[in-house]
Structures are given as C-alpha cells and as structure tokens.
Design a protein around this ligand. Structure first.
Ligand code: UCC
Ligand code: FAD
Length: 583
C-alpha cells in the first residue's frame, strides 16, 4: 500500500511526463533540398531576391498562415439551403480563416507570380516553390488556387479575349479586393473519367449570343468560387446535341452576380467527404445559368486540357508538400521521443524507415522542379519542341506517381509517431486524409496512365526518344562520378528493359499497351526520378544520411535488398529502385 505522500509524488511525476509535441520552424529555411536546388539552378540575382522573399514568406507561414489553416480544419463550410422564412438561399458559409486565405493568396501573388513573369522563365518555378511551401499550411486553400491557375492558363492560351479580360485580371490579381478564384466543373453523375460520354449538360444559345446551361454537376470543389469553367453540349435549333467528345464545348460563367445572387444555379448539397473537409465540394443544378462559350464548338476537351495540365501540376505540388510536412514532423519527433532507453533517431531501423521516406520525397521534389522548369520555358517561348513534348509526357507521369507516393508516405509517417499519429487532435490524420484524394481527383491513376499513352500516340513515338535521350544524358554525367556509377549502371539496365518492353509491345499500337499502361507509367516515373536524384548536387541525405553514417552498415545483400540499410545510400547498386512503397 502506498502512503498518501508517496501517491502524490507518483502522480506529480507522471503529470510531468508529457510527450513533447513535434514542431517545425520556418519551412523554407528548414528545407535544405529546396535551398540547394535553388542555389544550383537559379541565376544569382534571381536567387538573392527569391531567397529574401521566401525567408519572409516562411516566417509568415509559421506565424500567421499555419494557425489559420488549422482554423479552416476546425470550421468546415456550412450549407444553409433556406432562410428562417422558408426562402431558398443556398448559402455556403465559409469561416473567416478561409476567407483570409483568399486575401493572403492575392497578397503573396500565389497566382499572379506565374503570369507577371518578372523572373522570365523562372517565374513558374518560383510560383511553384511558394505554393509548395503554402500547401500544407493552407487549410485546403491550395485546391481553389489550383483551379484558379488553370482557369487563368486557359484564358491566357485563348489570347485573353476582351470579354474575359476582367476575369483574367482578377484571377491574376495581387489585390485581395479584386482577386477571384475559379471552379472547374467537369464531373457529372454518368462519368468523371469518361467526360466525353458522361456530360449531359446542355447549352442553349440566347439571342444576344450568350448561352444558358442546363444540367447537373456532381462534384464542384471550392463552390464558393467567383467563376467556373465548365463543359456542355450545344443544342441545335431542333434541340439536338452531338454526343461524345466532339459534342463538348467549354464555357465560362460567373457563379453569382454583383449582388451575390446565384446565376440560376441551385446547390443540391455539400459532399460528405473523407478529407479536404475545409473546402466546400457541392452538387450543383444548373437551371439556365448564363454562360459564355470560350472554345471552338466541339473543342471543349482540348481547351480544358490546358486547365487539367496546370491543376495536375498543382496536384504534384500538393503531394510533395504533404510528404515533406509529414517527414519534417516525424524527424523532429524522432529527436524527442525516447523508446528502449534512447531517442528514436538513435534506432537504426527507425532511421532506415525515415530515410526511405526521405528518398521518396526527394525524388518527387526533383521531378516537380523539372516539370515547373519546363513549364516556365514553354510559357516564355524558350522551350524546344522536344522540351514541350517531354513536359506533356511528364505531367500525367508525375501526377499519377506522386499521388500514390503521397498516400504511402503519409501512412508510413503516421506510424512513425506511434499511437499519437492516429490521434485526430495532433493534426496528423488531416494530412493523411487530404493526401488520399490526390490519386483520385484530376484524373485517377489508371486514367492518367492512359493519358501517358495518349501523349505517346500523339507524338508518334517522338516523346519516348526525347525521354530516353534526356535520361541518358544525365546518366552519362553520373557514370563519371565514382560513387554514383553503380547506380547509374542500374538505371541503364532499367532503360534497357523499358526499351525491350517497347519493342516487344509495339509502342505505336496503343490498344496493345492498355493493360501495361500503369506499370509502364510507373517505370517512366521511377527512371526519370532516378535520373534527377542522381544529379551530383542532390546526392546528400542531409540529417538522415549524417545520422546513418554513425551506424555501421552491414555488407551489401546484392539485389535482395529489402532489409539492407546500405540501400539508403546512393552508392548502393539497388538505390532507389528497390525501395518499397509504390506498387
Ligand atoms: O477533379 C477535379 C478538381 C479537383 C479539385 C482540384 C484540385 C487540384 C489539386 C490541388 C492540390 C492540393 S476536376 C475534374 C478532373 N477530371 C479529370 O481529370 C478527367 C479525367 N479524364 C481524362 O483526363 C480523360 O482522359 C479525358 C476527359 C481528357 C478524355 O477525353 P476524350 O474527349 O475522350 O479524349 P480525346 O478524344 O482523346 O481528347 C480530346 C482532345 C485531343 O486533342 P485533339 O482532338 O487535338 O487530338 C487530346 O489530345 O483533347 C486532347 N487532350 C489533351 N491535350 C486530352 N487530354 C489532354 C491533356 N492532358 N493534355 C493535352
Ligand atoms: P470513375 O470514372 O467511375 O472511375 C472509377 C474507377 O474506374 C477508377 O478506379 C478509375 O481509375 C477506373 N477507370 C475508369 N475508366 C477507366 C479506364 N478506361 N481504364 C481503366 N480504369 C478506368 N470533379 C470536377 O469536375 N470538379 C471538381 O471540383 C471536383 N472536385 C472533387 C473533389 C473531391 C474531394 C473528389 C473526391 C472528386 C472531385 N471531382 C471533381 C471528381 C473527380 O475528378 C472524379 O471523381 C474523378 O475524375 C473520377 O471520376 P469518377 O468519380 O466518375 O470515377
């Protein structure tokens, strides 16, 4: 039996044993890979300006934006269909923090930066870096930003017609009072992947040349947005529509008028989602919504593809950001949490688990940087035809691969916090839930694998030649570096297998490739990512690598590397293909 005084002592001791919360600092300053990438690639003057701004932005993220993001999570949108007197109002109420995110997005030029082009072709990369830093603190606001960027891109690619000038100026504004966000309404009940056969919405021409849209949009995210781009079929004088892809045209519409009244749109309900709960995703009835035709008739899918390619890049940004956030927190936790008498960071097996995640995020990050670099070149007319083809191929490849990576890494990272990782109020489950959608929206993994085939077919094999020569050039560089040459050799072997596979399948015949599309796309992602991670400047493993060096590395197990810590190091012949994770 314990004495009373002893009981008190025991309880006091126990109360002092709080688990220490994982914390991160300025996300820009803590991201050594990002900083080293910028240092290696940017001209000095651009780098200096960006560095200053990013350091400031990082501070703002930490002190102002992260708390707002959490507010958004705690206060999801609320839908009120009727007012107290029974009148239909269809009001989507968003919280103050969400609305503040919109203002901050304008102030920080999160869309404007890409269109002002003050750093010429580096502007896209700079925008992507800011979005990457913003993403996991944004309380879901990176979703409307993706669609806003996509809409601006479509309008720009149409030459900014006079009727859309106001919209373009607002989408790309730095003035919070002016700034608009956009929705992207493509999905209907009959099909979100098969848009060509799933779209039932009809557009009826009005005497003044405008159109009225009638139909039902099944998923419309950020339904509080100011405008949207959407697809519909134009009815002829007899009310008939062309079916399939050739019947689809692209329309611009305002969601509400100046008084805030909905544009003949009824909100059926808000979706009850697993994640992205900070953001309103609605089902909408279009009941004569006034809209403007902005593509050539029947060219709706091709026109909205400009939007898709931008939003898919944003998806990659979101995936890399989610992985980075989880790993940063996990890393900090490993420096605080003790198990079996020592900090987690001193358990080699724990460090190995973290290093494997680190390799995934580093590869994904470098792939992302390469894509936005190519996009910047394309947008400033500096890209060669080969670079444009490569960009077209890499967008679906990166979207489909990093979407899956993000889910796998988020799950693994959650486990690295033990039971705490599963606790709602740590904020960790939010990151996992939000990551899970990354492989569904903006085109599922299979549909994007088929898009990879589309891009191959369209270029009649040219794009594969560009892909292979780009990778081979980098590998030649790596082969000259002693510690990288075994890995470069492995990459060469992977390319050899890929080429053999293409010869056997007959790459031109898309149909015979359908079954292989997903595995083929994964191979492209791994090979291209392996190429990037072999860049000499990005070899180091940072904290994880340093820590690993403190531990003896057992002899290499050759190709059966599933338990070999040596495979965490670039000099291992199996690195990183043997990494577990994405199947
Ligand atoms: O999910 C959505 C929003 C979520 C919220 C935003 C989050 C952003 C990220 C945030 C991060 C935190 S919006 C809905 C997204 N829906 C999709 O992605 C649809 C998935 N389905 C597809 O992608 C299909 O492959 C379709 C719809 C594109 C297939 O359409 P078609 O009409 O059957 O395909 P076609 O006939 O092959 O293509 C028609 C034309 C062709 O051009 P032409 O006629 O000149 O030969 C294609 O080459 O469109 C062209 N095209 C493209 N061009 C099709 N896809 C592309 C492309 N990706 N790039 C360039
Ligand atoms: P389906 O097309 O029915 O797909 C079901 C399964 O079949 C998938 O696994 C798919 O990969 C597979 N599949 C389909 N076709 C093929 C094929 N040819 N070969 C092999 N496999 C195939 N949409 C918008 O337009 N705007 C939005 O704002 C929006 N926001 C969203 C927000 C959230 C949170 C979510 C979850 C979805 C949102 N969507 C939005 C919809 C999203 O884009 C679609 O759900 C997605 O494109 C898939 O379409 P679907 O749901 O019709 O699935």
């Amino acid at each position: 039996m314990l004495e009373d005084s002893e009981m008190h002592l025991t309880r006091r001791d126990a109360e002092a044993l709080f688990q220490e919360q994982p914390k991160t600092g300025n996300p820009y300053l803590e991201d050594t890979l990002l900083q080293s990438y910028l240092k290696t690639h940017l001209p000095l003057k651009v780098l200096e300006e960006m560095h200053q701004n990013l350091e400031r932005f990082g501070k703002r993220l930490l002190n102002e934006i992260q708390p707002l993001g959490w507010e958004c999570e705690l206060n999801p949108p609320v839908f009120r269909q009727f007012d107290a007197w029974g009148r239909r109002v269809d009001h989507i109420h968003t919280c103050l923090a969400w609305r503040r995110m919109k203002e901050i997005s304008a102030e920080e030029g999160l869309i404007a930066e890409a269109y002002e082009r003050r750093y010429t072709h580096w502007s896209r990369l700079y925008q992507a870096v800011k979005l990457y830093l913003f993403s996991s603190s944004s309380g879901g606001f990176s979703c409307p930003l993706a669609m806003t960027d996509g809409a601006a891109k479509v309008i720009e690619s149409l030459g900014i017609p006079g009727s859309l000038k106001n919209a373009f100026d607002r989408l790309t504004s730095r003035d919070p009072e002016m700034f608009w966000t956009s929705g992207q309404w493509m999905t209907e009940r009959r099909g979100g992947s098969d848009v060509a056969n799933g779209t039932e919405t009809v557009a009826r021409k009005q005497p003044d040349g405008s159109y009225r849209l009638y139909g039902f949009k099944w998923f419309t995210s950020a339904a509080d947005s100011d405008m949207a781009l959407t697809l519909a079929r134009i009815a002829d004088a007899e009310g008939q529509c062309t079916q399939g892809s050739r019947g689809l045209s692209l329309f611009f519409l305002r969601v509400r008028d100046e008084q805030g009244k909905l544009n003949n749109i009824q909100v059926q309900r808000l979706k009850d989602k697993l994640g992205t709960r900070q953001m309103a995703t609605a089902e909408l009835w279009l009941q004569g919504a006034r809209a403007e035709l902005i593509s050539a008739e029947g060219r709706g899918v091709a026109a909205i593809a400009n939007m898709l390619n931008i939003t898919r890049i944003h998806n990659v940004i979101g995936a890399v950001a989610a992985m980075r956030r989880m790993i940063s927190l996990s890393r900090d936790y490993a420096c605080k949490r003790v198990a079996f008498g020592k900090l987690l960071k001193n358990h080699p097996l724990h460090v190995q688990t973290m290093a494997r995640m680190e390799v995934q995020v580093r590869g994904a990050f470098l792939l992302l940087m390469d894509i936005v670099r190519l996009l910047g070149l394309t947008e400033t007319n500096l890209a060669s035809e080969q670079e444009q083809l490569l960009l077209r191929l890499l967008i679906p490849v990166a979207k489909l691969y990093t979407g899956k990576q993000a889910s796998a890494v988020a799950i693994e990272a959650m486990e690295s916090f033990g039971g705490q990782g599963y606790m709602e109020d740590t904020g960790l489950p939010v990151i996992l839930r939000d990551a899970l959608v990354l492989s569904i929206w903006e085109g599922t993994t299979n549909v994007l694998s088929l898009d990879v085939l589309r891009s191959l077919a369209k270029s009649q094999g040219q794009v594969m030649a560009v892909f292979l020569s780009t990778v081979k050039k980098k590998l030649e560089l790596a082969s000259g570096i002693k510690e990288l040459s075994p890995a470069a050799q492995r990459a060469q072997e992977a390319i050899g297998s890929l080429q053999q596979f293409m010869t056997n399948m007959g790459i031109g015949r898309a149909l015979s490739m359908e079954l292989a599309a997903r595995d083929f796309s994964y191979s492209l992602a791994r090979i291209y990512t392996g190429r990037a991670t072999r860049e000499p400047q990005s070899r180091g493993m940072g904290w994880v690598g340093r820590d690993l060096k403190a531990h003896p590395v057992p002899p290499c197990h050759g190709r059966d590397t599933s338990h070999c810590p040596r495979l965490l190091q670039p000099q291992c012949p199996a690195w990183p293909w043997a990494l577990p994770g994405i199947q």
